[in-house]
Design a protein around this ligand. Structure first.
Ligand code: GAP
Length: 489
């Protein structure tokens, strides 16, 4: 690939061509920053969800999962601070009437500097921006934009309004006769799944007999009216989050924060993506609810960007819900405090949150897996696009390809599929040459292709081809299932 922007475009095209991701309602020209997952994408997405869910709940005694509703009582968002604080500073270009998130506008400018080889200048701009954002210095931010002559991509001018705050929550109303102006009937599409966990903290703790420290995990949709939604599925208006809130004894939050920082990075690395593709970014400006926070950044085709957040949220959320609901959100800890010789007693737990965007994880996995390979020899030019997905995440695990459409070969292929489909997803294909079928499976990320040929009829063996090495070996049909399951483990 000539450059990363070309690579990103190639990945986006690949997603569409092979049924991973389509623009939403495409026949009506799509809807900005909303996407549909196709037949391959929905499988890959589900596999990522399962991988997260299993490692966060099934493999841990002290974390359980829930599935809360998207709609929540409107007071939830007053209590959480989202009604008052979930804003982004925006700026409008007077000529194009286009609105930008200030940090995105400046980051875009820094990206341009970087592309032009001006790494130091880019770093300086970002540093200045972060300091100004941290101080809520909107006049300073506007001055920075004007001084650097940052232009609107549409009008090409530097004719900017003052910077203002815009709330990112989508609102709708319950009932058919109420007006949208009626604040009492206003409900929001949740901008994060976390609050569904907080309001259920005591339900889960009591019914599940959970003892602090324990966690509640959830996967679900979240909605944000991102003003400048861009970069494909990196920033969407409707997306999915995989979040976990870990409730701890006050005073132990720093140690648990460090624990989860490490654990989450380990989870990423276990997928086989090299550690050089990840880095931590500790927050300078903390959200209103946090006493420590960092991002795990991933090297996307457009550079290192936030993939997951780990936040020490203190007791902010539970305290707020206690105040707004007038219902106690306390936990009784009967463990004995060695310092006093008495039980720790009643307290509102502190919380460590891990929050990862499922769609961003999808993009991370896919962009790392995507490879264009030149396979040319002196005799002929050849190439392939291969998705080197971890087998556990691949939409299809094994394709079974009869060499011929006749002579009983399709029947053997069908039998192989019947014996394995209960354990993993198989795919049958008899069209085109074997070479073409291999290429198609490479492009879908299928780790194994099994070819049924005439020898199979005689000795019940097949050729299995490994996607990444393209090596082939002869194995008995009876060995196939184990071989694939082992690769998926
Ligand atoms: N509960 C905390 C929370 O929501 P956040 O940093 O705003 O924190 C967490 O979001 C994660 O959700 C991000 O790291 C990112 O992966 C994902 N995310 C946030 N906004 C997104 C968007 N507009 N599109 C896709 N993913 C998004």
């Amino acid at each position: 690939m000539a450059n990363d922007s070309n690579r990103f475009q190639a990945i986006i095209s690949h997603c569409k061509e092979y049924g991973f991701i389509f623009p939403s309602s495409e026949i009506y020209d799509g809807l900005q920053a909303v996407y549909d997952y196709g037949q391959m994408g929905s499988e890959l997405k589900k596999n990522i969800k399962d991988y997260w869910w299993k490692s966060m709940t099934q493999l841990r005694d002290n974390i359980v999962g829930i599935d809360a509703a998207i709609f929540m009582h409107p007071t939830t968002w007053k209590a959480s601070g989202h009604v008052d604080n979930f804003n982004d500073p925006m700026i409008d270009n007077r000529d194009s009437k286009k609105r930008y998130r200030v940090d995105h506008l400046i980051e875009g400018f820094a990206d341009e500097l970087r592309t032009a080889g001006n790494e130091n200048a880019a770093a300086q701009v970002i540093e200045t921006m972060e300091a100004l954002l941290g101080a809520d210095d909107f006049a300073g931010l506007k001055k920075l934009i004007e001084e650097k002559q940052i232009k609107c991509a549409v009008s090409g001018t530097c004719n900017w309004t003052d910077i203002r705050q815009f709330n990112l929550m989508f609102a709708t109303e319950f009932g058919s006769t109420v007006s949208t102006e009626d604040e009492d009937n206003k409900v929001y599409l949740r901008p994060e799944t976390a609050q569904g966990i907080f309001v259920n903290f005591l339900n889960v703790q009591k019914t599940g007999r959970m003892k602090v420290p324990f966690g509640i995990a959830q996967i679900g949709k979240a909605f944000r009216n991102e003003i400048v939604a861009r970069q494909f599925i990196f920033r969407m208006r409707e997306f999915e989050q995989m979040e976990m809130q870990f409730f701890v004894r006050p005073g132990t939050q720093q140690q648990w924060y460090e624990y989860w920082k490490e654990e989450r990075l380990k989870w990423h690395l276990a997928l086989g993506i090299p550690s050089s593709s990840y880095r931590y970014h500790d927050h300078v400006k903390l959200a209103h609810y946090a006493d420590a926070a960092c991002d795990i950044e991933f090297e996307f085709p457009m550079g290192f960007k936030e993939l997951e957040g780990i936040h020490s949220r203190t007791d902010f959320d539970l305290k707020q819900h206690q105040e707004f609901s007038k219902k106690k959100q306390q936990y009784f800890d009967n463990e004995v405090d060695p310092a006093t010789g008495k039980p720790y007693g009643n307290y509102i737990p502190y919380v460590i949150e891990t929050s990862i965007g499922l769609d961003r994880m999808f993009l991370a996995v896919l962009s790392h897996a995507y490879e264009e390979q030149d396979l040319s020899t002196p005799e002929k030019t050849d190439s392939r696009v291969v998705l080197k997905l971890p087998a556990a995440l691949s939409p299809i695990k094994m394709a079974v390809l009869p060499l011929n459409k006749k002579d009983g070969l399709p029947e053997i292929a069908e039998e192989i599929i019947a014996s394995c489909r209960n354990d993993f997803r198989c795919f049958y294909e008899e069209k085109d040459s074997i070479g073409k079928r291999y290429r198609r499976m490479d492009a879908l990320g299928t780790p194994f292709c099994v070819t049924v040929d005439y020898q199979t009829k005689e000795d019940q063996t097949v050729t299995i081809r490994h996607r990444d090495s393209m090596e082939q070996e002869r194995v008995p049909i009876t060995a196939l299932k184990e071989l694939v399951l082992k690769a998926m483990a």
